[in-house]
Structures are given as structure tokens and as C-alpha cells.
Write a protein that binds this ligand. Structure first.
Ligand SMILES: [Zn+2]
Length: 372
């Protein structure tokens, strides 16, 4: 009897266990599956979904919808739940060791706003270097600008201390390079583009080849060469100038190779001395004339371009043909070149129109929009 009772007890326990298992499978598993389905459906990866469920973050994550930054940090072994509220506010930008770097920035005391600015202005190298420093105060005043560069941060601070100008201008001027001497800290390129910047900080290499260099027709300039697109637009401009003023525009000097610029510089050096030569002729490799996009324009009616009928018309209309007067009187401190009433640069109609409408130098345009 006793044995039978014990057997019965054993059996009911077994049945209870089985029922519990069945309940678990039938009810809990589908809930878990449904949770996973919901999160995956939003776009989170399998690993992220595991992390979300293991840390009880499902409700918060579902409220946020998909968030690429979160997806990336949740996948990482460096994910730290105490930083969750900051992670979710960050715009995702790809970096090596993303989560680890963000944790370090948070640990150093940077706010989510500052971290967004830091990431936007950094690359892998500059971020690594920045993380080796202690907390830097007031970074937002410079880094809030889209075109700020993290590796220039110390230079921004130094330049503002010396010059007492507002932070946006500091970022622009330092990015141009104005806190350094001409030809001191230069970049060179061997790649041609219609929006390339050539000045005393940006040169072309010895191997540089400009694109589509063609002869200028005799009636528009003697023994001159230019980039083909530049020439086409110059001829259009010249012909329209003739209709408006009775005189056409001519090319006095167009494309120059490195040897020719060297000759020009040396002639100026001998004839007028160092100071004059430095002011009026750029060093070989740093002249816009190497690109085939620059033209020293000559008036047909007179030898002095500045006060001619042709120049007056050209200053007002050049942008419509894609040209800008490159070295204006009021921009000498930015371009590093003394006023040249005759030197035009082809940048295309869109950029020329923007510069015309905003009265902006090409240097400023370049650091604002092209230097990323
Ligand atoms: Zn020139």
C-alpha cells in the first residue's frame, strides 16, 4: 500500500513537471520569440537583440525605434549599460573601436553634445590622439561648426588668444592655414579637379598633370593654352563682352607649366627684388596657372585692364560663365596675394554664383564645403 502511494506521489510530481514544461514552451517561448521578432523587425542585429533582452532594455528600445548607434554599441563587448542614455543620443559615424572610444569620452566627462561634435570633426587618427589628452574645456565653441577639424583644436585656441576674433572666423582662418607662414606647412596633390584649391598652402606635385590642355585660338590670345572647358566658357564670356562693350576679352597668360613659373619667379626676383616677387609671383607648384583653370585677362581696348570698359563688364558678369576674380583688394590677408585686377579662375557656374552672392573668397568656400 505504502509503496503504491509513494508511486502515485512520484507520478503526480512528474506530471506537474511536464505540465510546467509545456506551459513554458507554449507561453513563455512565444513571448520571447515575439520580443525577438519585434526588435529584429526594427532592424537590430541578433547580437543586439540578445543584449537588449538580457539587460531588460526592450521597452526603452522599442520606444526609440531603430537607432544605428545603439545597434552598433549593443553588438560590442564594450557595451556599458550605465552609458545607455548617452549612446542613444549620438549620431552614428563609423570609427574603429567605436564603443570603447565613446566610453572613454564619457569617462573623461564630455557631454553627449560635445561627443557628437568631437566625432563629427574627427577621423580615426585625430580621435586617438585626442583621447590621450585630459578633458579639454569649451570645445563646443569651435567644434560646433560643421567644418571644424578636431586635429586643429589647439591651433584654434592659440589663434583666438592672439587675434581676439569670433570663434567661427577662427575656425575658418586656421583651416585655411593663416596661423602658419606661407609655404611652411603645405599639402600637395597630383589630382586635377575643377574645384581644386591652389594657393600658398596647397600646391601641385612635380607629377601633376592638368586635364584637357588645349591651344587658345589666336584671336583670343597669342601662344596660350588653357583647360578646354575653361576656354570654352572664356570664349563665351569674351564674345558677350564684345556685344556689350564693343571689345572682347583676351588671354594674356593661361596655363603655365612648372618650368615657366620658375622662370617667371626668377625674373621677378632679379628685376624687382625678393619682397616684390613674393607679393606678386607665387612659387613654382603653388600657382593656379598650373591647373589650366586660371587666366590673366587682357582688355582689347587698352593695356590697363583695371579701369577698362571690358573689366567693368567682366567684374559684374564673370560668375555667369563660371569665373571669379580670384585676388580682390579686400581679401589680400586671406588669399595671401596682392590685389590682381586681371586674374580670373574658372570654378564652374554653381560655385562662382555662390561666391558672388555671398561675397566669399575661394579659400573660405573650400574650408567650409570641400575640405572634409
Ligand atoms: Zn595670374
Amino acid at each position: 500500500m505504502r509503496n503504491k502511494k509513494a508511486k502515485l506521489k512520484k507520478r503526480s510530481i512528474l506530471i506537474l513537471v511536464i505540465i510546467l514544461i509545456v506551459i513554458t514552451i507554449v507561453i513563455v517561448n512565444p513571448i520571447k520569440l515575439y520580443n525577438k521578432y519585434q526588435l529584429k523587425n526594427l532592424g537590430f542585429s541578433d547580437i543586439s537583440v540578445e543584449t537588449i533582452l538580457n539587460n531588460g532594455l526592450k521597452k526603452q528600445v522599442l520606444e526609440l525605434n531603430y537607432n544605428k548607434t545603439l545597434d552598433k554599441v549593443l553588438e560590442s563587448p564594450d557595451f556599458n549599460i550605465k552609458n545607455f542614455d548617452i549612446y542613444k543620443e549620438l549620431e552614428y559615424i563609423e570609427f574603429d573601436n567605436y564603443t570603447k572610444n565613446i566610453n572613454s569620452l564619457i569617462d573623461k566627462g564630455y557631454t553627449k553634445e560635445e561627443i557628437n561634435y568631437i566625432l563629427k570633426s574627427a577621423n580615426n587618427d585625430s580621435l586617438k590622439e585626442f583621447l590621450e589628452k585630459d578633458y579639454v574645456k569649451n570645445i563646443s565653441k569651435f567644434l560646433q561648426y560643421d567644418f571644424a577639424i578636431l586635429s586643429n583644436l589647439d591651433r584654434y585656441t592659440a589663434y583666438q588668444n592672439e587675434n581676439n576674433i569670433d570663434s567661427e572666423l577662427v575656425v575658418i582662418y586656421v583651416n585655411i592655414g593663416l596661423d602658419k607662414k606661407f609655404y611652411e606647412d603645405v599639402t600637395t596633390t597630383n589630382v586635377f579637379s575643377y574645384d581644386m584649391l591652389v594657393n600658398k598652402y596647397h600646391g601641385v606635385s612635380e607629377e601633376f598633370e592638368p586635364k584637357d590642355i588645349v591651344d587658345v585660338p589666336e584671336e583670343y590670345g597669342k601662344n596660350q593654352k588653357l583647360n578646354e572647358e575653361t576656354l570654352k566658357n572664356f570664349i563665351k564670356m569674351s564674345d558677350d563682352c564684345k556685344v556689350a562693350t564693343n571689345y572682347k576679352l583676351m588671354v594674356r597668360s593661361g596655363y603655365r607649366d612648372l618650368k615657366e613659373q620658375e622662370k617667371t619667379y626668377n625674373t621677378y626676383l632679379k628685376t624687382y627684388g625678393k619682397v616684390y616677387a613674393e607679393n606678386y609671383v607665387t612659387h613654382p607648384r603653388f600657382s593656379e596657372h598650373h591647373t589650366g583653370l586660371a587666366i590673366d585677362v587682357k582688355a582689347e581696348s587698352t593695356d590697363v585692364f583695371a579701369n577698362s570698359k571690358e573689366s567693368k563688364w567682366t567684374y559684374e558678369n564673370a560668375y555667369k560663365y563660371g569665373f571669379i576674380l580670384r585676388y580682390k583688394k579686400e581679401d589680400e590677408n586671406i588669399t595671401g596675394i596682392k590685389y590682381e585686377s586681371w586674374h580670373f579662375r574658372y570654378v564652374g557656374v554653381d560655385i562662382a554664383t555662390y561666391l558672388h552672392d555671398h561675397e566669399m573668397t575661394y579659400e573660405e568656400y573650400y574650408v567650409r564645403f570641400l575640405n572634409k
